[in-house]
Design a protein around this ligand. Structure first.
Ligand code: XBP
Ligand code: MG
Length: 237
C-alpha cells in the first residue's frame, strides 16, 4: 500500500516546546496561584513520564505535594491551574517558538506531493493553534489533540482517532514522534514510526521505531517513502 499520509506528534516533534515552553508556563501558573512549586528542567524531565498537563500536575502532587490532593475538590483546582498554564503557554507561543529543523520543508514537500497531513498530540487544541502559524496549520487535514480522546499516550487512542478521521488504515501512514510514550501509542495503533530525539528523550527506549534521528533536517519525502515500503513490505510476507 502506498504512503498516503504523515501523522506528526506535536510537542518535541514539530517544535521543541517542553523545557522553555510548557515548563515555563506551568511555573508561571503555579506562581500566579501562590504555590511555591518550581519545576526545574531536571524535575520536569521526571514529570514528562506522564503525558497531559492535568495528569502531569496530578502526578507531581502524588509524588511531591500529596497535601494538595487532600483539599476539597483537588480536580477542580488542577483544572484551574491547567487553564492558567495554557493561557501562559499561548502567550509564550505568541513570542514565537521555532519549528524543528526540516519540519516546515517536509510538511510543504508532502502536501505538494499530494500526501495528507495530520497531528496526533496530547496537548490542548488551543496550544496547537497557538504554536503553528495559520498557513502551516492549514496544511493539516486533521488535528487530534488533548481531551479529544479518553486515554492519552502511550494509549493509541489519539492515533486511532486520527486514522478514523482520515479514513485511512495505519498501513497507508507513517508517524513521526519524539518520545517513548509517543512511540508506544503509534505502534499500538499499528503505525510505522520515525523518531526525532530531543534532549529529554535521548535515553528513551525506541525499540520498534523505523529510524531514530537527531531531527528531520536530512529527511526527504523519497526517503520516507522507502522507509514506509520497507516497513510494510515485511508485513506482506
Ligand atoms: C506532549 C504532552 C503535553 C505537553 C503539555 O504532548 O505530553 O501534555 O507536555 O501540554 P505530545 P498540555 O508530545 O503528544 O505533543 O499541558 O496542554 O497537556
Ligand atoms: Mg511529543
Amino acid at each position: 500500500m502506498k504512503l498516503q499520509a504523515l501523522i506528526f506528534d506535536l510537542d518535541g516533534t514539530l517544535a521543541d516546546t517542553e523545557r522553555d515552553g510548557h515548563r515555563v508556563a506551568f511555573n508561571k501558573a503555579f506562581a500566579e496561584a501562590g504555590l511555591a512549586w518550581d519545576w526545574s528542567p531536571a524535575l520536569y524531565g521526571e514529570l514528562l513520564e506522564v503525558t497531559g498537563g492535568k495528569e502531569r500536575i496530578r502526578f507531581f502532587c502524588a509524588r511531591h505535594a500529596p497535601e494538595f490532593l487532600r483539599q476539597a475538590d483537588p480536580e477542580a483546582r488542577i483544572r484551574d491551574l491547567h487553564a492558567a498554564k495554557t493561557r501562559h503557554y499561548v502567550k509564550l507561543c505568541a513570542q514565537g517558538i521555532a519549528l524543528r529543523p526540516g519540519v516546515e520543508r517536509l510538511l510543504r514537500e508532502a502536501r505538494g506531493a499530494g500526501l495528507r497531513l495530520a497531528i496526533a498530540t496530547t496537548t490542548t487544541p488551543e496550544n496547537v493553534s497557538a504554536l503553528l502559524a495559520p498557513d502551516l496549520l492549514a496544511l493539516f487535514d486533521k488535528v487530534g489533540a488533548g481531551d479529544t480522546v479518553p486515554h492519552k499516550k502511550p494509549a493509541p487512542d489519539v492515533y486511532l482517532w486520527v486514522l478514523a478521521q482520515l479514513g485511512l488504515p495505519a498501513a497507508a501512514c507513517l508517524a513521526v514522534e519524539d518520545s517513548a510514550n509517543g512511540l508506544k501509542a503509534s505502534l499500538a495503533a499499528g503505525m510505522a514510526t520515525v523518531i526525532t530525539l530531543t534532549d529529554y528523550t535521548r535515553e528513551h527506549d525506541f525499540a520498534g521505531a523505523l529510524a531514530v534521528l537527531p531531527d528531520l533536517g536530512q529527511v526527504t519525502l523519497p526517503l520516507l517513502r522507502r522507509w514506509h515500503e520497507t516497513a510494510y513490505a515485511s508485513d506482506k510476507k
